[in-house]
Design a protein around this ligand. Structure first.
Ligand code: C5P
Length: 401
């Protein structure tokens, strides 16, 4: 995982012998963390099969502009919107000319026209075609349109000539592509976040739960993803849409949540427990719906496992962060949680104030660490999540060996 963590790249492949290198280029881009979708021109399919590139990219290869089935699945406008970057490699002299003149006569040129994302090209052609005034004029115009031009390299060419015009090698191209993006604060890190309430079943139709909306945990997952982390969100049942590019693991009970967290522990750098886990669960779950026979009913409860404390005590312990929602003595209880659960940071908030906390869009928190406490002003949960991820990224840096 690296400079392209969470980035979506359209790899445009045009007709040239260097198209065989596109297969390896997909691997190199994925190695940097990118998700890759391939768009091929008809000429490209004469050099390498769509099947090869489909198998390597893990996504269907898009070929035709006027294909109803493909347009219904992911059309040219959706593809253009989807991409964070369009990389055309190899870019033939013909495609460079068409791109330069804003033509939209095939799928790839149309996607380029419809996209607001940066475009990079890796020219590949015979050295005389490269040196030709028409090609050089086109390239100059593309540079002026802020198209990035990667290469070409110099060396032996398939036609027997030696000179400028070889496509840059895939590793270099993936590195150059990564350099177009600012490296996120959590690039290359794996972050696991718990969020929402848990549901503790009483019988097949009833459960014990709480009012947690999941907003804070979801906002943290979005911010971690934007900071470049591979982000896993272990979520209890909530009514909000999952953030894009985040792996969601849907759970119900505290026990489900703990086993999901333990399953994900390998390679986790940061664990953030934002879930409102039920402290207790019914000692037994009735197989059938409980009938209302008596005037009183007694439910025996047993304690749930403490998920964040279990993770903090694990030999593969990541940087571990918990929340504390309190109605009084905020700092005092948060410090207790820091020590008792052996956490690196407690994010504490006062839930006695109904304008902030559980279900609201805003939150005001106190950051409690072994070195001291810091109050943050009241702010929207999304902005707060970004601030918290910045703080957590700096803690993660200083806690590294
Ligand atoms: O103990 P208390 O519920 O106040 O602690 C809150 C913190 O501990 C939160 O970060 C919450 O996600 C986490 N927690 C947990 N498992 C529990 C209870 C709380 O991970 N069973």
């Amino acid at each position: 995982m690296g400079s392209l963590s969470n980035k979506r790249v359209i790899l445009g492949v045009t007709g040239g012998i260097a198209a065989y290198k596109s297969a390896e280029l997909i691997r190199c881009l994925q190695g940097e963390g990118a998700e890759v979708r391939v768009v091929m021109t008809p000429a490209a399919t004469e050099f390498i099969t769509p099947l090869t590139l489909q198998a390597l990219s893990g996504n269907p290869v898009n070929l035709e502009l006027l294909d109803t089935a493909a347009e219904a699945a992911m059309g040219h406008i959706e593809l253009a919107r989807w991409a964070d970057l369009i990389l055309i490699a190899p870019a033939s002299a013909d495609f460079i000319a068409r791109l330069c003149h804003g033509e939209g006569n095939d799928l790839l040129s149309t996607v380029c026209l419809a996209s607001h994302s940066p475009i990079a090209i890796a020219p590949a052609m015979n050295k005389h075609m490269w040196e030709n005034n028409a090609t050089q004029n086109n390239l100059q115009q593309l540079r002026a349109q802020t198209v990035h031009i990667f290469g070409p390299a110099t060396g032996y060419q398939a036609c027997g000539d030696v000179g400028e015009g070889r496509m840059e090698d895939p590793t270099t191209l993936a590195r150059m592509t990564g350099s177009l993006f600012e490296k996120g604060l959590l690039s290359g890190k794996k972050v696991v976040i718990t969020a929402g309430p848990t549901r503790e079943a009483l019988d097949p139709v009833r459960y014990i739960s709480n009012h947690s909306s999941g907003k804070m945990g979801y906002a943290l997952a979005q911010a971690a993803m934007e900071a470049g982390a591979t982000t896993i969100l272990i979520s209890g049942p909530v009514q909000i849409a999952p953030p894009e590019r985040v792996k969601i693991i849907a759970v119900e009970s505290a026990e489900n949540m703990l086993s999901a967290a333990l399953d994900e522990l390998d390679g986790t750098d940061i664990f953030i427990a934002a879930a409102a886990v039920a402290d207790y669960r019914p000692a037994s779950v009735a197989e059938q719906k409980i009938k209302k026979n008596d005037d009183d009913m007694f439910i025996q409860l047993v304690k749930n496992p403490d998920i964040v404390a279990t993770i903090a005590a694990h030999p593969k312990r990541p940087l571990t962060i918990g929340f504390a929602a309190e109605t009084e003595n905020l700092e005092h209880y948060a410090k207790q949680k820091l020590q008792n659960k052996k956490l690196d940071l407690v994010i504490a908030n006062d839930v006695s104030d109904s304008t902030i906390g559980f279900n609201s869009d805003d939150n005001r928190v106190l950051l409690v660490e072994s070195g001291g406490s810091k109050k943050l002003p009241i702010m929207n949960k999304n902005l707060l999540a970004t601030r918290l991820i910045e703080h957590i990224a700096s803690l993660s840096k200083t806690s590294q060996p």
